[in-house]
Design a protein around this ligand. Structure first.
Ligand SMILES: Cc1cc2nc3c(=O)[nH]c(=O)nc-3n(C[C@H](O)[C@H](O)[C@H](O)COP(=O)(O)OP(=O)(O)OC[C@H]3O[C@@H](n4cnc5c(N)ncnc54)[C@H](O)[C@@H]3O)c2cc1C
Length: 226
C-alpha cells in the first residue's frame, strides 16, 4: 500500500493544502517505472519512480481528514529524523570497530597500523566525533520526551546535520585505514558510507536544517525591542 501525499485544496492556507491517501499498489494506473539505485547500490528502502495515470481510490482511503497531510508529515518528521541520527551513529560505531580491528591486525612496514600515531589520532577523533553526536542525540530525545518535537525544533535540525557528518568522517577514516580493502565490497564500509551520505539530503538537505537553527537562534533578536 502506498501513502500518497498531494494537494487537494490549492486555495486553503499553506499548511492545509495537502492530504494523504492510501493507494493499494495494484490499483489501475499505478506503475512502478524503475528502482532508483543510490551510488550504484540497489535501494535498501524501496526508492522508486512511480507513475500515477488516472488513479482513483474511494474517499474512505483518506488518512485523517482532508487537509491533514502536512500536519501528519510534520508529526512524523521529528521522530523520523532522530531515528536517522541513531542509525547514523550505529553505522559510525560499526565503522570504528572495523577500523580498530583492522589497525591491530594489519602489519605494514614492520608494525601494526595501530602503532602509527596518525592511525591512533584517527581512532581518537572518531571516538570523540561519535560521543559528541550521541550526547546531542540523547539530549534531543530527552527534550522531545518532555516537550514534544515542537519543543526541540532547533535541536532536531542540528542533530540531523551533526550525526550524519560525524558518521561520515568516521566511515571515511575507516575506509582509509583499510587501504584498498576499504573501497572494495569485501567490507561493508563503502555501502555504509553511501547509505549515510544520503542522510545529508534525505529528510531535508543540511543547508535547510542549518537555516532552521539560525532562524531559531535569531528569533530572540528579531522580537520587538523592549
Ligand atoms: C535516498 C533518499 C531517500 C529519500 N526518501 C524520501 C522519502 O521517503 N520521502 C520523501 O518525501 N522524500 C524522500 N527523499 C527526498 C528528499 O527529502 C529530497 O531529496 C530533499 O528534501 C532535497 O530535495 P530535492 O532533492 O528536491 O533537492 P532541491 O530542493 O533541488 O535542493 C538541492 C540542493 O540545493 C540546496 N538547497 C535547497 N534548498 C536550500 C535552501 N533553502 N538554502 C540553501 N540551499 C538549499 C541544497 O544543497 C540541496 O541539496 C529522499 C531522498 C533521498 C536521496
Amino acid at each position: 500500500v502506498l501513502i500518497v501525499m498531494g494537494k487537494t485544496d490549492t486555495g486553503a492556507s499553506t499548511h492545509r493544502q495537502q492530504s494523504m491517501l492510501l493507494v493499494p499498489m495494484d490499483t489501475p494506473g499505478v506503475e512502478l517505472v524503475r528502482t532508483l539505485p543510490v551510488f550504484g547500490y540497489e535501494p535498501q528502502h524501496g526508492h522508486c519512480e512511480v507513475r500515477f495515470s488516472g488513479v482513483r481510490v474511494p474517499a474512505a482511503n483518506l488518512l485523517g481528514g482532508e487537509g491533514d497531510g502536512f500536519l501528519m508529515a510534520q508529526a512524523r518528521l521529528g521522530p523520523g529524523r532522530i531515528h536517522h541520527c541513531m542509525r547514523a551513529i550505529g553505522a559510525g560505531e560499526r565503522a570504528l570497530q572495523l577500523l580498530c580491528q583492522r589497525a591491530v591486525s594489519r602489519v605494514a612496514f614492520g608494525r601494526p597500523l595501530a602503532d602509527q600515531g596518525v592511525v591512533q589520532q584517527q581512532i581518537a577523533e572518531s571516538r570523540m566525533d561519535l560521543d559528541q553526536a550521541r550526547l546531542m542525540v540523547l539530549r534531543t530525545a530527552w527534550l522531545i520526551d518532555r516537550h514534544g518535537a515542537s519543543g526541540a525544533r532547533s535541536e532536531i535540525a542540528a542533530i540531523k546535520v551533526i550525526a550524519p557528518r560525524a558518521a561520515l568522517r568516521v566511515l571515511d577514516r575507516a575506509i582509509q585505514v583499510h587501504g584498498g580493502a576499504g573501497v572494495s565490497a569485501d567490507v561493508p564500509l563503502a555501502q555504509m558510507w553511501a547509505g549515510v551520505r544520503t542522510l545529508r539530503i534525505a529528510d531535508g538537505p543540511d543547508e535547510v536544517h542549518v537555516q532552521s537553527v539560525a532562524r531559531q537562534e535569531l528569533k530572540a533578536y528579531r522580537s520587538p525591542r523592549t
